[in-house]
Design a protein around this ligand. Structure first.
Ligand SMILES: [Zn+2]
Length: 317
């Protein structure tokens, strides 16, 4: 009797240990990411998030903090470590990402998506009335306009590249990646159609920004004309009297109903123009970065661009 009880206890203890061990191993393999994706800013993060939807074992990280000024971004030592150990690294490739090039030079095991290499780029432009940085003029430097993702068509190309760079190291989930990419790019294509039809069905084709202007690729897709206070990545926030007067005059003479400001902007220039002209101010969101609340709430690039269509419609009325 005593012997049997002892044997029983031994069996129970052994079984518990064995099950525990199996559970532990199982949990280990579930949480261990097979692919680490690191994106510098929100567009890359959003595109990758859409492509890996419902695929297990993926870790995805955005380096720029939600709500932060993207042009001031400096990587921390942890960020650098994350980039070096990533399986896929996504960045824009413009002036703001100048820190990247040296870092990724000898990364052999990392797939790299550089957005400005995937699409046709244009140089940053200074249009009539726009504040020109004296610095840029003095050095006569022309930068690539890095805001390539503001074109929905460019976004689709970038998404497809991300998909290809995930299928290669992880062919087991090829179908899932392909379905996800197709679903997202189909939705972007349908939104693109809607924007085209809004632009086609209005007589107005000029928009005014009392702000920086990162929408070059967007307006080129729809043949829109624009005036803005500053170029795309400008650090300037105080326009000259001449720039203000020019923009106010354009809004008045063309009876432009809406003056745009950017996301995370102090809106001051747009409000000054609006007060002087009676126009209203609205946000056109470039998706360069999003607020903490939007990030937590899972707001997507598609959500942002869908809202932009609504706003644009009002501005072109
Ligand atoms: Zn920028």
């Amino acid at each position: 009797m005593k012997q049997t009880a002892k044997a029983l206890v031994t069996v129970i203890v052994f079984t518990v240990l064995l099950l525990g061990g199996l559970l532990f191993i199982n949990r280990g393999s579930e949480t261990q990411a097979t692919l680490n994706i690191v994106a510098v800013n929100f567009p890359g993060y959003d595109f990758a998030r859409a492509v890996v939807r419902d695929v297990p074992g993926i870790s995805l990280q955005m380096l720029v903090s939600p709500g932060a000024e993207v042009h001031d971004f400096e990587p921390t030592p942890e960020d650098i470590k994350a980039v070096k150990s990533s399986s896929l690294f996504i960045y824009t490739g413009g002036e703001s990402d100048a820190w990247v090039e040296n870092l990724i030079k000898d990364l052999d095991d990392t797939k790299i998506v550089k957005m400005t290499n995937i699409v046709a780029t244009v140089e940053e432009e200074t249009v009539e009335g726009m504040e020109n940085s004296d610095e840029a003029e003095a050095e006569d430097e022309v930068e690539i306009d890095e805001h390539v993702w503001t074109s929905l068509r460019n976004a689709a190309k970038i998404i497809n590249q991300i998909k290809n760079d995930l299928v290669e190291p992880d062919p087991r989930h090829q179908t899932q990646y392909e379905q996800n990419a197709k679903s997202y790019t189909d939705q972007l294509a349908s939104l693109d159609q809607k924007i085209q039809s809004v632009v086609k069905n209005t007589t107005r084709n000029t928009i005014v920004f009392g702000d920086r202007f990162p929408f070059r690729y967007f307006v080129e897709d729809y043949d829109l004309k624009y005036y803005a206070a500053f170029p795309g990545c400008s650090e300037q926030t105080e326009p000259s009297a001449k720039t203000l007067a020019f923009l106010i005059n354009q809004v008045k003479s063309e009876k432009i109903p809406v003056v745009f400001y950017l996301e995370l902007s102090n809106r001051k220039v747009a409000e000054t123009i609006a007060t002087a002209t009676g126009a209203k101010t609205l946000e056109l969101h470039s998706a360069h970065n999003i607020s903490e609340d939007d990030f937590e709430g899972g707001r997507t690039y598609l959500d942002i661009m869908t809202k932009n269509l609504e706003t644009l419609e009002e501005a072109l009325r």
